[in-house]
Design a protein around this ligand. Structure first.
Ligand SMILES: Cc1ncc(C[n+]2csc(CCOP(=O)(O)OP(=O)(O)O)c2C)c(N)n1
Ligand SMILES: [Mg+2]
Length: 900
């Protein structure tokens, strides 16, 4: 018989703990969970008042958030769903293995989907709503590396052929193939959102959910039960973008948002947190940020064990094992697990003594158990007032066994040998014979098989197949559109104004346009006052789901800070990444929701292309429409701001985005022509393009639009002001020499000043061209040149740049506020060299005039460069050019701004 008298302090403590727990159980039974919760809070407060310092923790124990007793019944057929899932698994694996057999190194991923198959299949069979449900469809961000699994399912659904699957990552094969990852640009009927550049999926999903609320609150979309699902990897959460906006989601109470984080504890190189627990870390972060967190860690087989764990020892053990060790259990034998996990405490060994090593090894994790995943999804979908994150524990490479299950190399595993394929086939019961298995053939049961019938019926019930991209918005009617723009054609008539001011006026008019005013979505990252947009606060309001709960300090002024539920402006705060995510949501709403919202995202140009360039790329892939406005643009237009603010290269970065049209207009009328045409091309003609336009904050007279310049403005250049004189000698209105001066943006004014100096002081007649877009000229030139290359026997076509300059004379000097490579990019089509003046180099804290002198883009440098080139050309004496440099006050030995 056991001696019941307490022996030592530990035993006394254990007894005391037991008594407290028993009391708590009693309160739970008599008073319920809420009473227990109040009691615990009071105990905590009491202890604190007595000086007890409790360490802060936002964690709950390392067990499932939803206890077994609270699970809803699973509504589907477990058996058929298991078979479907096995087939999807097989085909996903076969796709990658086959592709790499056919062409070594073509890539693809097996292990990501192997770990997340259940997470997707439960979604496909029970939750993901298709677009067929009358605007009630879900918006789903699939984890990029899981793409093979999504294709494999579409194959079973009968949406993708075996040939397409064979051509996974071979898109250029006859009949087409499948893109590596979700790319709407490449598969516009299938994928909706690019996700594979990690962090982009989660951040854009948050803003998507918020934008859905915006559309509903503004009455553009009927209120719905649509959910945004974002699937991401646990490793992916290390990207700052992944977690960077999670407080926005809780602040905005986005209960239409569900994150599913596939916690296989591994990333590419190894464990995500070998020495810690990524799940607990994420739980604390998300709970701290105000999310509803649902942990799905253990499968159903664990329920009975946990039930028997009355003293909490198993839960304690679960919580003390670090991820690196958990990963080891996945690759080791049952014997090892018994020894190392269970063997830590004799009581735990006792708890599992009825289980064989094999059974111990097979105890399933939560993310692989459809019942657990179903409960979590149901709870998430029904949860009100908060976004939900599901942290689902899985094994990376689940089911691929020796080939890499749980191993550090698994992410890169693309090949399985015959034995490994056989083992996989057998494990998942795929009806493929031994003689065939080495070839990894695809397997699809017939259309009327129970599996296909079941999955097709499930999708029908849920409103159609997903993913599926289906741009349904009608083209916009734009009859009244010109009214917003034509008044800018006449210029500012002597008044000084910046192109930014002109843009804000255009936007203001557009917002009032009877046809499309409601569709305009102005987006600003805490920069509206910088751009003089504050009048819009009052005019159209700042969007806020809860309206305005306070009286604004500036209520008594006309243009007060007005927040409103139906407010139109998205004032995002200081987050360019968040703002561009809103831009993507608004600019792709035409396909996501069938709503033609037109986003105008205006920001400090330096914090755009280079700061959130990857999002711009994703916007392009998404076929986002709309306007990016780089404000305070140009390296020398911004007085005093210095190196980190003065942008001289955003157009170069924009050039690399194939469907992004970028413009550097000089005058309001150019801006008006570009925006008006852009709206038409995107929203009436349905082109998959978007715009980057720089606007300046330098005030100067906005000149009137020259006759017949519209086409040239859009193509990238036109003659803005011809020289008054011709060339050919002195007298009779003829100048000594001729020149062609190309200017862009604010620097066009310097060019116009240079034209005058050249004429009056040096007898050089210069034509001035406004170059609105070097990137557009460059693209057109290349396209023509390519055509000529491929058609050597045909009459060659002539690039637009060549056409413009064909009948002109004289040296060509181009000046802009951007890097010289832009004008240099058109040099091959100008038939004579372009002398490029630009702003290569770091910015300086200085005034405009000094900066233009420093970077050598002001009028005097343009004059000097023209004369210098004319001298090289033999059109003027070298001594004239040399003298001019000195007359103009230029020190020829000044340091090179490009490297100083
Ligand atoms: C921005 C970015 N950086 C790096 C990569 C390369 N990469 C692809 S997958 C991967 C590991 C992914 O791990 P995890 O997010 O845990 O996903 P899992 O496959 O484990 O589900 C990495 C580093 C990427 N795709 N995007
Ligand atoms: Mg992972």
């Amino acid at each position: 018989m056991r001696n019941t008298a307490p022996k030592d302090a530990a035993e006394i403590e254990a007894l005391e703990t037991r008594e407290w727990l028993d009391s708590l159980d009693y309160v739970l039974q008599s008073g319920g969970a809420a009473r227990v919760s109040r009691l615990l809070r009071e105990l905590g407060d009491h202890a604190r008042r007595q000086g007890v310092r409790q360490p802060f923790t936002a964690n709950t124990p390392y067990i499932n958030t939803i206890p077994a007793g609270e699970q809803p019944p699973f509504p589907g057929s477990r058996e058929i769903e298991r078979r479907i899932k096995s087939l999807v698994r097989w085909n996903a694996l076969a796709m990658v293995v086959k592709a790499n057999k056919a062409e070594d190194g073509i890539g693809g991923h097996i292990s990501t989907f192997a770990s997340s198959a259940t997470l997707y299949e439960v979604g496909f069979n029970h939750f993901f709503k298709g677009k067929g449900q009358d605007g009630d469809g879900d918006v789903i961000y699939f984890q990029g590396h899981a793409a093979p699994g999504i294709y494999a399912r579409a194959f079973l659904e009968g949406r993708l052929s075996a040939e397409k699957l064979t051509n996974f990552r071979r898109e250029l094969k006859e009949g087409g193939g499948l893109s590596s990852y979700p790319h709407p640009w490449l598969m516009p009927d299938f994928w909706e959102f690019p996700t594979v550049s990690m962090g982009i999926g989660p951040l854009t999903a948050i803003y998507q959910a918020r934008f859905m609320r915006y559309l509903e609150d503004r009455g553009l979309k009927k209120r719905s039960n649509s959910k945004v699902w974002a699937f991401l990897g646990d490793g992916e959460t290390d990207e700052p973008e992944s977690l960077g906006a999670i407080t926005l989601a809780s602040r905005e109470k986005l209960d239409n948002l569900i994150f599913v984080i596939n916690c296989n504890l591994q990333r590419l190189d190894g464990p995500v947190r070998g020495n810690g627990q990524i799940i607990q870390e994420l739980e604390a972060v998300f709970r701290g940020a105000g999310w509803n967190v649902i942990k799905v860690l253990w499968g159903s087989e664990w329920d009975a064990l946990l039930e028997k764990d009355t003293d909490g020892l198993l839960v304690k053990r679960m919580g003390e094992v670090v991820d690196g060790e958990y990963q080891k259990y996945a690759v080791e034998s049952g014997d090892y697990v018994r020894k190392h996990f269970w063997g830590k405490y004799p009581q735990l060994l006792e708890l599992v003594k009825h289980l064989s090593d094999e059974q111990l090894k097979k105890l399933t994790l939560g993310g692989h158990d459809p019942v657990k995943v179903y409960s979590a999804y149901k709870a998430a979908v029904e949860h009100a007032g908060q976004p939900t994150v599901i942290l689902a524990r899985t094994i990376k490479g689940y089911g691929i066994g020796e080939a890499g299950e749980g191993k550090n190399i698994t992410h890169q595993q693309k090949k399985l040998n015959e034995e490994e394929l056989k083992a996989f086939r057998t494990r998942f019961g795929i009806p493929i014979g031994d003689d065939e298995v080495a070839k990894a053939p695809f397997y699809r049961p017939s259309d009327n098989s129970p599996e296909v019938t079941y999955l097709v019926e499930r999708r029908k019930q849920l409103g159609g197949f997903v993913p599926s991209r289906n741009p349904q918005a009608e083209p916009l009617k734009l009859d009244t559109l010109p009214d917003a723009f034509t008044s800018f054609h006449k210029g500012s008539e002597g008044r000084k104004a910046s192109t930014t001011m002109a843009f804000v006026q255009m936007l203001t008019r557009l917002l009032k346009d009877p046809e499309i005013g409601q569709m305009v979505v102005p987006i600003v990252p805490d920069e509206a006052r910088t751009f003089g947009m504050e009048a819009l606060f009052r005019q159209v309001g700042i969007y806020s789901h809860v309206g305005q709960l306070y009286e604004p300090v500036d209520m008594d002024v006309l243009l007060y800070y007005k927040e409103a539920k139906e407010g139109q402006i998205l004032e995002e705060g200081i987050t360019e990444a968040g703002s561009i995510s809103s831009f993507i949501a608004a600019g792709s709403a035409y396909s996501t929701h069938g709503i033609n919202t037109i986003p105008f995202f205006i920001y400090y140009s330096m914090f755009g292309m280079q700061r959130v360039g990857d999002f711009v790329w994703a916007a392009a892939d998404t076929r986002t429409k709309g306007f990016l406005l780089g404000g305070t643009a140009g390296r020398t237009t911004l007085s005093g701001e210095g190196l980190q603010h003065q942008d001289g290269h955003s157009h170069l970065l924009a050039l690399a985005v194939p469907n992004l049209l970028s413009y550097d207009p000089a005058f309001a009328f150019e801006l008006a022509v570009i925006i008006e045409d852009g709206i038409k091309r995107m929203y009436k003609d349905g082109e998959s393009i978007f715009y980057y336009i720089t606007v300046m904050n330098e005030p100067y007279e906005q000149l009137p639009m020259p006759e017949g310049s519209r086409d040239g403005i859009l193509k990238g250049m036109y003659r803005f002001r011809a020289a008054e004189k011709g060339a050919g000698g002195k007298g009779q209105g003829k100048a000594k020499a001729k020149a062609q001066l190309l200017g862009s943006g604010a620097i066009l004014n310097e060019v116009l000043a240079a034209q005058k100096i050249l004429d009056e002081k040096y007898d050089v007649a210069a034509d001035v061209w406004s170059v609105t877009s070097y990137p557009e000229l460059y693209r057109e030139g290349n396209a023509v040149e390519r055509w000529n290359r491929l058609h050597p026997a045909d009459q060659p076509r002539v690039p637009y740049v060549t056409q413009c300059l064909a009948d002109t004379e004289g040296v060509i000097v181009a000046a802009s506020d951007y890097v010289k490579v832009l004008p240099n990019g058109i040099d091959r089509w100008t038939r004579r060299p372009v002398v490029a003046l630009g702003t290569d180099g770091f910015g300086r804290s200085e005034g405009r005039a000094s900066l233009r002198d420093f970077f050598e883009v002001d009028a005097k440098h343009i004059v000097a460069a023209t004369l210098s080139e004319l001298a090289r050309d033999g059109k003027v004496e070298a001594s004239v050019a040399k003298k001019a440099i000195s007359e103009l006050g230029i020190n020829p030995e000044k340091p090179n701004p490009a490297i100083s």
